[in-house]
Ligand binder design. Structure first.
Ligand code: SF4
Length: 408
């Protein structure tokens, strides 16, 4: 037992981007709350380690928010607390304006292996429309310096955004590839209600974000990145050989993970949840038949900073049965290029009934959303990726009953 992956969330940013509904707050530079929060997160990582929850952990991800906004000293301390538990890979999310040379030195010194830089675009007008605080040159410089420092470097790009054209999208892709990075993630802009863009476009869906634009830009990305030697291994992620993000893959392959921080989510097996309860007695006993527990930390950033340990936090919880977890594993696996293997399908047939699973597989194939793998597994088609929600829905509909929820 013990999780295979560790996620720590830093909910601080220099300012709030126009599209962002993540758990993050614009925070004054040097606010002592950031240091207190990071120290609390480091304490909880150590607590999880001493409880045995991290003994099988291989990968870590320090996300946000903007972890690099913590500054070199505070960030270095938190990364150093995570590193002993992340022997395979430790990624830190960065924004170009705060990935300074001293922050890069701190990351390397503390044991980070990978940095994921939020670039989004290399067009100045598009960046301004998204409310990003960095410019194109600063973004490309951050990628190049990360590569030169010897870190594995990933970059996030966003498509179907205001002012973006087919040509500017191709330019952004070419620009970031010119920096020699090994990994790129691409996402269509999602216009969420409680954001600046959501309020601006409350009256209707803008043409720049239409579904066919999103699909065309995602296909253009696949062409450009593929031509440069980056293969698509997950619906949103491309990598050179050997540069896929192991932590990302863990999320889609049923690997349990612990989430620490405001808004952080985790997924534990029933045994590890019982261990966590020894430190957090306020957590309810898992209902009989629980196979998997999903947890989201609901404590705010101040409460998190002041917490003595994981037992002081509040959580939203979901308790999944073995059958629900099997359906969830099939759904999550459909995000990966390789899909799900014969072993996972066999487990799902045992848990959910062969007839039901085979009917779902047949429906996904009939709709052109998935295809049989030569080894008997099931992989998504390009259409399946474009219409992901339909494919995921077919798999999740296999889950019997209602997922039990609780808050504590
Ligand atoms: S930097 Fe990232 S987390 Fe922070 S406001 Fe912008 S999109 Fe949100």
């Amino acid at each position: 037992m013990g999780v295979g992956a560790l996620y720590v969330h830093v909910p601080f940013c220099r300012s709030k981007c126009a599209y962002c509904d993540f758990s993050s707050w614009a925070t004054r530079a040097g606010d002592p709350l950031m240091g207190a929060y990071a120290a609390s997160a480091a304490r909880m990582v150590s607590q999880a380690g001493s409880m045995g929850l991290l003994r099988g952990c291989r990968t870590g991800y320090l996300g946000g928010g903007t972890p690099t906004y913590l500054g070199a000293d505070v960030l270095g301390g938190l990364v150093a607390a995570m590193a002993p538990h992340c022997p395979s890979e430790l990624t830190v999310e960065a924004n170009p304006d705060s990935l300074t040379d001293d922050v890069l030195d701190a990351l390397l010194g503390a044991g980070a292996t990978r940095v994921s830089v939020g670039v989004q675009s290399t067009n100045a007008a598009e960046l301004a429309a998204l409310g990003r605080v960095h410019g194109p040159a600063q973004a490309l410089d951050a990628l190049s310096r990360g590569v030169a420092a010897g870190l594995d470097v990933s970059c996030d790009l966003m498509c179907a955004t205001p002012l973006q054209t087919d040509e500017s999208w191709e330019r952004s892709l070419a620009d970031v590839l010119s920096c020699g990075i090994g990994h790129v993630s691409v996402y269509p802009l999602q216009i969420e209600d409680d954001t600046a863009l959501g309020r601006r476009y409350a009256d209707g869906d803008p043409a720049f974000n239409a579904e066919d634009v999103q699909a065309a830009r995602m296909e253009a990305a696949e062409r450009a990145l593929g031509a440069a030697g980056l293969a698509r291994y997950e619906v949103a992620s491309y990598a050179r050989p050997g540069k896929a993000c192991a932590h990302n893959r863990a999320y889609w392959t049923g690997v349990p993970y612990l989430g620490i921080g405001t808004g952080a989510s985790g997924m534990l097996c029933a045994g590890d949840y019982a261990i966590l309860r020894t430190a957090a007695p306020r957590l309810p006993k898992a209902p009989d038949g629980t196979w998997r527990v999903r947890l989201t930390v609901t404590s705010g950033r101040r409460a998190f900073a002041e917490a003595a340990g994981m037992g002081d936090l509040s959580y939203d919880l979901e308790f999944l049965t073995e059958q629900q977890a099997a359906a969830e594993d099939l759904m999550l696996g459909m995000r990966l290029a390789k899909g799900v293997g014969e072993g996972l399908l066999a487990h799902a047939r045992r848990a959910l009934g062969a007839q039901a699973v085979d009917a779902a597989v047949a429906e996904a194939r009939r709709e052109g959303l998935a295809q049989e793998r030569p080894d008997g597994g099931l992989a998504p088609t390009r259409r399946g990726w474009l219409l992901g929600n339909e494919l995921y829905g077919i798999m999740w509909d296999l889950a019997p009953g209602t997922v039990l929820e609780a808050s504590a």
